[in-house]
Design a protein around this ligand. Structure first.
Ligand code: VG1
Ligand code: CO
Length: 543
């Protein structure tokens, strides 16, 4: 086997976004694109000689071929060992756990997460560091820098490694260890939650439906819910990973998890319904005829996490991304623990978790997690809910009613305008940015503006500063509208408008969020002139 050095030239656009580099699959397949980016990761982190990595992906189209290239390049660059999930599969939280468990130097995760997969859809690649979390902005900047100066890459001339069988093989001088993707992760979950109590819950007739959305969590969910916890066979639906997710978006929201929503709205719905995304780091939570807003789920989990063994001593603090509703802040205040507000993307939680400042973190985009790994974790959130059901004996409706009675209900919704032409989306954002300094005190659609700014974050642990993290407008009465452009899309720009309003009147907890938010939605339109800028009359996706 010979190491080949291939001359190459920089390819534009290899700058990672909110969570790794995401592009159309065909772009990743184009000559040298993947190779350039992998070499840039290796160079950007200061070389990989003698290092060890975890490698795996969500199984989407091109996963297997990309892993083959990555392994041959790792071997050629002097990597000592790669730990790879069987068939190239690893959920994102499982990969994060394996990096930590095996004390590797990091990992490469192949996923475009909730984006669709297939030859005409999306692919992605992300580097996570030794703490198991997505690379910080400082590291991704170095990777991007390397991609702009690349002149050559190294690759081993060798046949692909057979990833179907567990065990150790050699690729040149590098060890490739193929492992079962599920078992270590399942063991971690058993160490955090009261599996006996959850098993009893299922034995007593509690019913759940879990939609794996034809993505990576199917094998994990079947092993954990059906095999280890005794949920009845068929609890997991869409449990076979498919390379294109059956043509859908593996995005756990009421629109894309249609099958689960139909089950939850049937005449005899299960007690609990959940779904996860392409790479298994997101969770959608539902009850009978009810969708639970991810921000509410985060607040409730923060409030009741102490009922699970791993969190019995309480939480050091909680953190939420800026656009996530303020519901969890009220829980933190009531408990007298620190609450942090970070920019969007899990990489910003890493330092807080590492420093022991936050135990639980979450995002409005259906991401919740804790200090057990350094990624959000869909199945973990479902298990924490199950543990809470098992200990309290309460129904979803009761848990929500109790929470609203104690803290009020924060009505919340996100409106997404997808594939907007980039210049139009940028024009909208800059027009709104210019207005911000004069907004305080103005009344718009009956809403009085208290403050308006562009969010910037100073990391309390390392002091690093991140600018331009979204435009936010605060109204009197604990209401808010936030505007930002997505950093995970692969086509044009996606405008996200985040809307919320606190309701404390006990007789007003049962409204439709879109109705409860009418004035905030109208004010957001007046201020940002979405229709005029984008030509869109309505959002593409409402969650
Ligand atoms: C979106 C979500 C963000 C999440 C990110 C990665 O980013 O809003 O909360 O962390 O996706 O999640 P953006 O920039 O498109 O708004 V995943 O499950 O796609 O890795
Ligand atoms: Co994801």
């Amino acid at each position: 086997m010979t190491i080949k050095t291939i001359a190459t030239t920089p390819i534009a656009g290899q700058n990672p976004g909110t969570s790794g580099l995401r592009k159309k699959t065909a772009v990743f397949q184009s000559p040298n694109f993947l190779e350039n980016y992998v070499q840039s990761i290796f160079d950007g982190i200061g070389g990989v000689e003698g290092k060890r990595f975890v490698i795996g992906g969500d199984g989407r189209f091109f996963n297997r071929q990309a892993i083959d290239v990555i392994l041959r390049m790792a071997a050629a660059n002097g990597v000592a060992e790669c730990i790879v999930g069987r068939d190239g599969l690893l959920s994102t939280p499982a990969a994060s756990h394996l990096i930590r468990l095996n004390k590797t130097d990091g990992g490469l995760i192949l996923s475009a997460s909730h984006n669709p997969g297939g030859p005409n859809a999306d692919f992605g690649l992300k580097f996570n560091g030794a703490n198991g979390g997505p690379a910080s902005e400082a590291v991704t900047a170095k990777i991007f820098g390397a991609s702009q100066n690349i002149q050559e890459y190294q690759i081993l001339d060798a046949a692909p490694v057979d990833l179907r069988l567990e065990g150790k093989t050699k690729l040149g001088d590098m060890t490739v260890k193929v492992i079962d993707p599920v078992s270590d992760y399942a063991a971690l979950m058993e160490s955090l939650f009261d599996f006996d109590a959850i098993r009893t819950l299922f034995q007593n007739g509690f019913r759940m439906s879990f939609d794996a959305m034809l993505a990576v969590t199917g094998p994990y969910a079947k092993e954990i819910f059906e095999n280890r916890l005794g949920a009845k066979h068929g609890t997991v639906i869409n449990g076979e990973p498919s390379h294109d997710f059956g043509g859908g978006h593996p995005d756990p929201n009421p629109i894309w998890a249609r099958e689960l929503m139909a089950i939850m709205h049937s005449d005899t719905p299960p007690d609990f319904g959940a779904a996860s995304d392409g790479d298994g780091d997101r969770n959608m939570i539902t009850g009978p005829r009810r969708y639970v807003s991810p921000s509410d789920s985060l607040a409730i989990l923060a409030d009741l996490a102490h009922l699970a063994p791993a969190y019995k001593d309480g939480l050091a603090g909680v953190a939420r991304s800026m656009p996530t509703s303020c519901a969890v802040d009220r829980v933190a205040a009531a408990k007298g623990i620190e609450g942090f507000e970070t920019p969007t993307g899990w990489k910003f939680f890493g330092n807080l978790l590492d420093a022991g400042r936050a135990t639980l973190c979450g995002e409005e985009s259906a991401g919740t997690g804790s200090d057990h790994v350094r990624e959000k974790d869909g199945l973990w959130a479902v298990l924490l809910w199950l543990n809470i059901f098992a200990v309290t004996g309460k129904s979803m409706d009761q848990i929500l009613a109790d929470h609203y009675a104690a803290y009020g209900r924060t009505y919340y919704s996100r409106h997404d305008y997808e594939a907007v032409e980039s210049d139009k989306a940028n024009a909208l954002m800059s027009a709104l940015r210019t207005k911000l300094p004069d907004l305080a005190g103005q009344v718009v659609n009956g809403m009085t503006i208290k403050a308006a700014d562009e969010f910037a974050y100073v990391d309390p642990v390392d002091g690093s500063r991140s600018e331009g993290q979204g435009l936010r407008i605060l109204f009197e009465g604990d209401a808010r509208a936030v505007f930002r452009l997505s950093g995970t899309g692969t086509e044009g720009a996606t405008l996200r408008v985040y809307l919320e309003k606190l309701e404390t009147a006990k007789n007003k907890f049962k409204a439709d969020p879109q109705k409860a938010l009418t004035n905030v939605i109208a004010a957001a339109e007046t201020l940002a002139e979405i229709k005029a800028h984008t030509g869109r009359a309505a959002p593409d996706v409402i969650t």
